[in-house]
Structure formats: structure tokens, C-alpha cells
Design a protein around this ligand. Structure first.
Ligand SMILES: [Zn+2]
Length: 258
């Protein structure tokens, strides 16, 4: 039997401090039975692992350094990531990648951190969860020489062009779709109909990017069906079909039960 999987949600953050149990209850009620949590930096690890322990089997951790936190002293952050990868089982190396939207100061270091973390993903045979903002082409260029036929992953919160989506899929990677598909100006209404759902996984990126009609407010995994419904409308398929396919895709991506 399949269920909805939120492949990207930062539900360990303080935004959920007051109602975390209720939020998880709403997610379960909405049929979201697994939630993957990408790490950010050293400040998020303890809360993430605590939640993974409390909600065992539902909330699953990843380990990585987010590109927006590749700053002065990032070597120390990377050392911590490497240490954790060696002592705890994680579902993926993430979230990692590049970001040219917020700050370009550490572009060189961002590339270095990405390449290093991809090498660790290969070492531990883990998938990678990629964040790239205003930098899809640059990230694809960085990734292409690192492909070895076994490396797999997802371009989370995909908001690029059809050409870029095709490149992501050609590399064997998944396209992560979230709340942006519901935005009127998101641009994905023209792209999603052309993307084969066999290469799609669903996500919320909670607490960010809440889908319509919650746009601008705090996002939570329980809103995932709103994202799914929009994709179903664009693809002209039934929710059960999308559920079955994205369930299988997420399991393949994260090597769950395989
Ligand atoms: Zn994220």
C-alpha cells in the first residue's frame, strides 16, 4: 500500500516548537506517513535527531551542510557533517548544493563544499538532496563530472525550465516538486505537464513555500495533498496514481526497503 511521502521538510525548526505533535498529527491525518528532514548546519542537528527518535519510522534524517551556511569557518561545519556520517545512519546527504540568490561571497567555497559532500555520499552510497537557487546550470555543470552511474539524488524545490528538468532527469535524478507548483507566477504550470511523473518526488519544504491557499504562511507536511492535487490537475491523472508513483520514486531515491 502506498502513502504520501514528504521528501523535504524542516520540521525540527523552532517554527513548530509550539505545536509539533499536532502538526505531525495533521500530517498523519492527511495521509503523509513519512517525512524526510534535510539538515542545515550544526545548529539543527540535535533537534532533527531528537525528532527522528521521537517519531521513529515517520521522520527520517539526512546529514549535510546547506549552501547558504557555507560561510567563514565552513570547514568546521563540514568536519561535523563528516563525523556524523561516520557514526549515524542517514537517509541522504542533504541538503547540499549552491545558492547565487542570497549571497555570492562564498561561491568558491560553496562549490568546494558541494563537491566534497558528493564524495561522501558516494563513499556511504547515499543519495544527495540538492538545493540550488539561481544556480541550476552551475550545479548541473558541477555534478556532471561527478556522476558514476550509481550516484542518485533529487533537485529539491525545482523551479527551472523544461530544458533544465530534462537535464536533471537525463542524469538519473529526480525533480522535487513543492508549493511553487500552486503559485500563479511560479512558471511550473507550463513545465509540469511535460515532465514524466516517474521522475518526480513530492515535498513541502516546510516551514517555507506553503502552497496556495496558505501561501505566505507557515507551511507544514499536512499541506502536501494540495501540491499533489495541483500536479494531478496539470498532468490529468488521479491522486491515487500520483501517490503510487511518487511513493515508489521516493523509496527508490532513498533506498527505503529495497
Ligand atoms: Zn530545505
Amino acid at each position: 500500500m502506498s502513502y504520501w511521502i514528504d521528501t523535504h521538510a524542516h520540521i525540527y525548526l523552532d517554527e513548530f516548537k509550539a505545536d509539533r505533535a499536532d502538526m505531525l498529527g495533521r500530517a498523519a491525518e492527511a495521509g503523509i506517513d513519512r517525512i524526510y528532514m534535510p539538515n542545515i548546519d550544526h545548529t539543527s542537528i540535535d533537534n532533527m535527531l531528537e525528532l527522528e527518535e521521537k517519531a521513529a519510522g515517520v521522520c527520517v534524517s539526512m546529514m549535510g551542510l546547506h549552501p547558504c551556511y557555507v560561510k567563514k569557518g565552513f570547514e568546521k561545519e563540514l568536519y561535523l557533517v563528516e563525523e556524523w556520517l561516520g557514526k549515524h545512519k542517514f537517509a541522504a546527504v542533504g541538503e547540499i548544493g549552491t545558492d547565487l540568490y542570497w549571497d555570492k561571497t562564498y561561491w568558491e567555497q560553496q562549490q568546494e563544499a558541494f563537491q566534497l559532500q558528493v564524495a561522501w555520499a558516494k563513499q556511504y552510497q547515499l543519495p544527495i538532496v540538492i538545493h540550488c537557487r539561481e544556480s541550476i546550470d552551475e550545479t548541473i555543470d558541477l555534478l556532471e563530472p561527478l556522476l558514476d552511474g550509481k550516484l542518485r539524488g533529487v533537485f529539491h524545490c525545482f523551479s527551472g525550465s523544461l530544458e533544465q528538468a530534462k537535464k536533471v532527469i537525463a542524469m538519473g535524478f529526480y525533480v522535487g516538486l513543492g508549493g511553487v507548483v500552486t503559485f500563479k507566477n511560479g512558471g511550473l504550470d507550463k513545465i509540469v505537464p511535460e515532465v514524466d511523473v516517474n521522475h518526480v518526488v513530492l515535498e513541502t519544504d516546510s516551514p517555507y513555500l506553503a502552497p496556495v491557499p496558505h501561501r505566505g504562511k507557515r507551511n507544514e507536511p499536512g499541506y502536501l495533498p494540495l501540491v499533489a492535487q495541483r500536479i494531478c490537475d496539470l498532468k490529468r491523472i488521479m491522486p491515487q496514481q500520483l501517490k503510487d508513483i511518487t511513493f515508489a520514486n521516493a523509496n527508490r531515491l532513498f533506498n527505503h526497503g529495497i
